[in-house]
Design a binder for this molecule. Structure first.
Ligand code: UDP
Ligand code: MG
Length: 351
């Protein structure tokens, strides 16, 4: 089934409500600051708003603070996942639970300044479906900046989407119809900014300066970042697979030429000897060729494996996440993942 999007549900989403989705993993150190700065920012928009914080299995008392926020101000909702599912999944769970006509995604660590949301909304009101924030400057270490730079360029090259934005993270506002496309995408390995770009409609970026974390440690380990990069690349591009075929073809052509050369040299060695190329029966060349081809095969087995693994993950069709606890609220009428799989089931069972 292709994730054919439902029609924009302007009617089902309470009008003028803007949801702010905040994935949060062990951010207790800065949650109070987030609460006051984000509340102040939301109050300045002059619309209804709600905040949906997704506790991604924190173990540092973040959840207790979120319960407290929900008591203080019921517009601060929260979901708590049953374990750490990872940033992109937490973000997806929040997007799924958001009820707004516009949905903002923002990090909990205040690296996406809440005050900037007003600029996103302003642009969004001009009729765009997605307004994403593009990082002009990063206040991070040089190796990390270099890695991000490389990743976004590779992504841009590989992605089979024309306008995959460069240096844009998850910080954005999306209209309901884009949210519905994301909700209807049942994939397990979620790369939200890729899904967002895939959704299409009118998208535009605006620049902002990305400050350093307000406090606490980065929650992305190197391993998590690498996995995010792989998800991004593999989920939105088949190019590495095709590259494997091309390189394999090139190498085998070269090898054939080499074999032909050796064969001719064996049959008529004289002209080659005159050129200073005597025929030397040796193992070196053979071994080099074997090692080279063996190495190449292993590399591309790895490429194939990483796709295969993703296929395996998708085929299992597990729920994307598990909610352990949430603040009381009414969900929007069915949509999203459950609706998508229900639809798939009914398609399979035939008319
Ligand atoms: N995060 C999460 N689950 C994770 C890791 C991170 O929900 O497993 C959240 C984290 O709390 C933060 C956001 O994702 O709000 C971005 O994480 P981080 O600041 O570590 O990433 P970076 O800014 O370094 O890319
Ligand atoms: Mg951060």
């Amino acid at each position: 089934m292709s994730g054919h999007a439902q029609t924009p549900s302007r009617e089902t989403a309470p009008n003028e409500l803007i949801s702010v989705v905040v994935p949060c993993y062990n951010e207790a150190a800065i949650l109070e600051e987030l609460y006051s700065r984000l509340t102040a920012a939301c109050e300045s928009w002059g619309t209804d708003w709600e905040v949906v914080v997704v506790d991604d299995g924190s173990s540092d008392g973040s959840l207790a603070l979120l319960r407290e926020f929900a008591r203080r101000d019921p517009r601060w909702r929260y979901l708590s996942l049953s374990r750490n599912f990872g940033h992109q999944t937490a973000l997806s769970a929040g997007i799924d639970a958001a009820r707004g006509f516009g949905v903002v995604c923002i990090d909990a660590d205040l690296q996406d300044p809440p005050e900037e949301i007003a600029r996103l909304i302003e642009k969004w009101h001009q009729g765009y479906d997605v307004v994403y924030a593009v990082r002009r400057k990063r206040k991070e270490s040089l190796p990390k900046r270099a890695a991000y730079w490389l990743f976004y360029r590779t992504m841009k090259y590989l992605a089979e989407l024309d306008d995959m934005p460069l240096d844009a993270g998850d910080f954005c506002i999306m209209s309901r119809r884009v949210v519905e496309v994301i909700k209807a995408s049942p994939e397990q390995n979620r790369f939200v900014r890729g899904l967002r770009a895939w959704a299409g409609f009118r998208q535009i970026g605006i620049e902002y300066e990305r400050p350093a974390r307000a406090g606490g440690e980065p929650k992305y380990t190197f391993k998590k970042l690498l996995n995010l990069a792989l998800d991004g690349l593999c989920s939105f591009s088949g190019k590495p697979l095709r590259l494997a075929a091309k390189v394999g073809f090139l190498i085998s052509t070269l090898a054939m030429a080499g074999i032909a050369f050796a064969f001719v040299q064996r049959l008529i060695p004289a002209p080659f000897e005159a050129l200073g190329l005597p025929f030397v029966p040796g193992y070196a060349s053979t071994i080099i060729a074997i090692l080279f081809l063996g190495g190449l095969q292993l590399i591309f087995l790895g490429v194939i494996g990483s796709y295969l693994y993703r296929v395996f993950e998708e085929v299992k069709s597990r729920p994307g996440w598990v909610v352990k606890e949430e603040s009381p609220f009414e969900r929007l009428p069915a949509g999203g993942k459950e609706a998508a799989s229900a639809q798939r089931r009914s398609e399979q069972s035939g008319p």
